[in-house]
Design a protein around this ligand. Structure first.
Ligand code: ADE
Length: 423
């Protein structure tokens, strides 16, 4: 097998490409909406000549997105949006089999991670695609030299959208960015069912523990937390939800979960999963009351939800299984941390299943097409996915699943538009 290529890259091992291609093709079988878009893009070339830098998790699902964008005529470079989430065979296949410049190595250190983001910026993008806002942040801080060329972008995730809104509020965001996460066909499925399944999958793959009968504490009841709680409950765990938002706490309660403060919950937790998007959620005071043998995992975007510095103080640390580190504390308790506190679902498992990424990445592809046509007329700031795109994705997904739905009769349309008739 040849491992020579002129495509710019930094990946672990090009000889993994064939295996990566097989897995990318497998993911494609679960991504019919993206598949249809790819066929149309191939015919119409709506992205012709568009230079895109994408900072996304380098997975088989993302590979299908990249292939779709390339089919549409885009000139694309890809780098990782997390040091642990890269699938090395996928990265190799992108370079070797699909001719897409890729800079990503699983387990890379922070220096390599940012070198790869910089390599993507060196490519001179006109449009950015981000998952967590690291690419946009880099462009607006260290790499302002390349900022003028960028006219628009997309952002995949909750955390990234929060950061962009902060940038916009401070008046520093220089171009319009579509918040893919805000589409219904994104967060209702990818965040809830995707994070739910893949987080539980990651805990089981890395530890092989039985969840039935265990106490699982889920910190945060956003769309991701809802999904994790629902799936852990489905496997027989006793779920305790912790929240700072009273409405969400009530929702968790009425969904059938126990709700408690984290200080109370930490005392009885077998497993804690943080999914809040905030910092030091599981902190020193929670560590102090943990049971011997408790497991800590994070499914939020950044690895700062669990205060690992506090946990490490005076602790002896060793790896006991892949993605499982034992912290033996000074008082003799052992606490286990999964995937170094990085987002566990995509570090210790494969991330969200392709069937939900299908909708997220259809939103991405259609939003990029929309931005190519309209981006120059949008003001700098955070923009929603146009509702027509969101609905088209839902319709196409239903169609691909062979599901029909009803339509309103003319009488019903008129009724909904009227106000005179009552009881
Ligand atoms: N984010 C979460 N899961 C993902 C996946 N499978 N591919 C790309 N990004 C993701």
């Amino acid at each position: 097998m040849t491992t020579q290529t002129s495509v710019k890259h930094d990946v672990k091992d090009l000889s993994l490409a064939r295996h990566g291609r097989d897995r990318i093709e497998w993911a494609a079988t679960q991504m019919p909406v993206l598949g249809l878009l790819r066929e149309r893009f191939e015919r119409e070339k709506p992205l012709s000549g568009l230079r895109i830098a994408a900072c996304l998790h380098v997975t088989t699902e993302t590979a299908n997105l990249a292939i779709t964008l390339k089919a549409g005529g885009a000139d694309l470079v890809l780098c990782a949006s997390n040091p642990l989430s890269t699938q090395d065979d996928t990265a190799a296949a992108l370079v070797q089999e699909y001719g897409i410049s890729t800079f990503a190595i699983k387990g890379e250190d922070s220096a390599s991670y940012y070198r790869h983001i910089n390599a993507a910026i060196d490519f001179g993008p006109q449009l950015t695609m981000d998952d967590g806002c690291d690419l946009v942040t880099c462009l607006h801080t260290e790499r302002k030299d390349r900022l003028d060329a960028v006219f628009a972008g997309t952002e995949e995730t909750t955390t990234g959208v929060i950061r962009l809104r902060s940038m916009a509020a401070e008046g520093v965001l220089r171009y319009p960015v579509i918040a893919i996460n805000e589409a219904d066909t994104k967060h209702l499925f990818d965040n809830r069912y995707g994070t739910g399944q893949s987080t539980v999958d990651a805990i089981m793959r890395s530890t092989n523990i039985l969840l039935a009968g265990r106490t699982v504490v889920v910190c945060g009841y956003g769309w991701c937390g809802r999904g994790v709680a629902m799936r852990a409950h489905g496997l027989g765990a006793h779920v305790i939800v912790t929240e700072v938002n009273p409405t969400r706490a009530l929702e968790a309660l009425m969904d059938g979960h126990r709700v408690a403060s984290l200080e109370e919950a930490a005392k009885i937790a077998d497993i804690v999963v943080t999914v809040t998007g905030n910092v030091n959620v599981f902190d020193r005071r929670h560590i102090a009351v943990l049971k011997d043998g408790a497991i800590l995992a994070n499914s939020g975007h950044f690895n700062d939800e669990i205060n690992l510095k506090a946990l490490a103080e005076g602790a002896t640390i060793r790896t006991v299984r892949d993605f499982v580190q034992e912290y033996r504390l000074q008082d003799g308790r052992k606490v286990y941390v999964l995937a170094e506190g990085r987002l566990v679902n995509i570090s210790a498992a494969e991330g969200h299943p392709a069937a939900v990424m299908d909708m997220s990445f259809a939103n991405q592809s259609l939003s990029v097409e929309y931005l190519k046509a309209n981006g120059a007329n949008l003001a700098p700031g955070v923009h929603d996915v146009p509702v027509e795109i969101d609905q088209e994705v839902a319709k196409t997904k239903l169609h691909s699943l062979g599901v029909s739905i009803d339509t309103l009769t003319e009488e019903q349309v008129a009724y909904l538009g009227s106000w005179q008739s009552g009881t």
